[in-house]
Design a binder for this molecule. Structure first.
Ligand code: SF4
Length: 473
């Protein structure tokens, strides 16, 4: 019987894709995936350090998983991701059963670390299973994060493609730079090969990933003809592969927006009409303390320019309330920004301090109850805005990429518009297979999107032939 692995993922899309890469490497080592930790020979928790809750969850998960070592002393437990990088000492101290610690930049070391852990088992004590060398190998913040690895895609319709790793910004609340290190752009030839391969396999949608995705290329220089390699250029090259491929990207930074990028986004057919642009606060003093490096005026200008070029674009954002020193007047400015900009959707959070960040040293002086009050007020406002915006779109026809059957109602299918809104509509996968492009008339609006009815089938899928492939040639 083949040895088996189980990966549990916390956090963002980057973590989801990192898990796909680790799964690809484990497949190549001869392991097979299982859907529960019991019975696994290798267990990996891929962690997130952005907020406090996933951190607590990690220790409670590890508390139950460590018990599995009693029945299988050769079980290898790995902790990967941002917490492995940032909390290595604490994880080793609190859970000595952990064999492997693997920072997000070091994923390609997984096979070698597994071999090393296997060599140490079963005679070494659990705490010694990851010796100093293997620990160092898995936590090197300076290492090159770009080596090609196999990928086990978790989806046969949409695929994630890494384009830039790390972050050079120093937002005072953010733990990402201490976990993912400095920015490194992936070579464009590898990215384009991967997109070409995904397109040939029948994937319909690509999401380009990077902590500051639109910083892509600033470290790559120019091509032989003098053409600068940047994010706008990359979008144009992907469009040449297949303009009908849906392309999304997350997350851009306002500082890397310029007129040219806005024009390319507007004029490049493959780029979906959806911009997710983190705002974080609507107040300039608060933005300054956060070291976001832009003002609310600059942010507004970008949105105005994007909306002028792409009138039906959907704009979504991330925002934090209750950051250190946030006054009532500053919070009011965030409410005002939300009223003025009218986001289609927003991910809103109450600030929680993360250690190793600059703000960790500052007083966390907005009381918890006040943070929750502000969060509730902002969410209520945003929900009202989103519902109103969606109501105005009822009656329109939208291109929808069919994703599958609705969890809540098996008589309905679910898909997304190019603007990333959910659409539910009656139908079955025989008539509209997952991956089909259909035109759906929106008949009823909700906070999250619409319920509608199919008008036309544009295109049925050529199903992906396989879900495991190499990232690049
Ligand atoms: S841009 Fe700021 S918030 Fe985003 S990953 Fe970098 S440091 Fe964190």
């Amino acid at each position: 019987m083949k040895p088996r692995y189980f990966i549990q993922t916390f956090g963002c899309q980057m973590n989801v894709h990192d898990s796909e890469r680790m799964a690809g490497m484990l497949d190549e080592l001869g392991y097979e995936p299982i859907t529960a930790p019991e019975g696994a020979d290798v267990l990996v928790l891929n962690t997130c350090a952005v907020r406090e809750r996933p951190e607590h969850k990690l220790y409670s998960e590890l508390g139950s998983l460590r018990k599995l070592k009693h029945t299988n002393p050769n079980l290898i437990i790995g902790v990967a991701g941002c917490m492995a990088q940032r909390e290595a000492d604490s994880i080793r101290r609190r859970v000595p059963e952990v064999d492997i610690l693997l920072g997000p930049r070091n994923l390609h070391h997984l096979p070698h670390l597994i071999r090393q852990a296997q060599r140490n088992h079963p005679h070494a004590g659990a705490g010694e299973a990851t010796d100093e060398t293997s620990k160092a190998d898995g936590l090197d913040l300076e290492c090159d994060p770009t080596p090609v690895t196999p990928v086990r895609r978790s989806n046969t319709i949409g695929a994630y493609v890494d384009i830039i790793f790390g972050c050079n910004f120093k937002c005072t609340y953010c733990a990402v730079p201490s976990a993912r290190g400095r920015e490194v752009s992936r070579r464009s030839i590898e990215i384009l090969d991967e997109v070409r391969q995904l397109n040939d396999l029948g994937y319909r949608e690509i999401t380009l990933l990077g902590q500051t995705v639109n910083a892509y290329g600033h470290d790559l220089g120019t091509l032989d003809d003098g053409q600068r390699i940047d994010f706008a250029w990359l979008l144009q090259q992907i469009n040449k592969i297949n303009p009908k491929l849906r392309v999304r990207f997350t997350s851009p930074h306002p500082m890397y927006f310029n007129q040219r990028l806005i024009e390319v986004i507007a004029d490049t057919e493959c780029v979906c009409e959806h911009l997710h642009l983190p705002l974080q606060s609507g107040d300039n003093d608060c933005l300054r303390r956060m070291k976001r490096t832009y003002t609310i005026e600059k942010y507004r200008r970008i949105i105005d320019q994007v909306r002028e070029k792409i009138p039906h674009v959907a704009v979504t954002t991330d925002t934090i309330v209750g950051f250190c020193g946030e006054t009532e007047a500053e919070f009011e400015n965030t409410l005002r920004a939300f009223r003025d900009i009218e986001f289609d959707q927003a991910f809103m959070f109450a600030y929680s301090p993360r250690h190793t960040t600059e703000a960790w040293e500052w007083p966390d002086d907005v009381p918890a109850a006040e943070k929750q009050r502000r969060l509730a007020e902002l969410i209520a406002l945003q929900n009202e805005i989103a519902r109103d915006k969606n109501r105005l779109l009822v009656g329109g026809n939208y291109e929808v990429l069919v994703e599958g059957i609705s969890d809540k109602d098996p008589t309905r299918l679910i898909g997304r518009t190019r603007t990333n809104k959910l659409m539910l509509f009656p139908g079955d996968l025989h008539t509209y297979p997952a991956g089909s492009l259909v035109e759906v008339k929106a008949e009823e609006a909700f906070l999250w999107g619409f319920v509608g009815k199919v008008n036309t089938v544009f295109n049925r899928p050529q199903q992906p032939k396989m879900i495991i492939e190499l990232q690049a040639a």
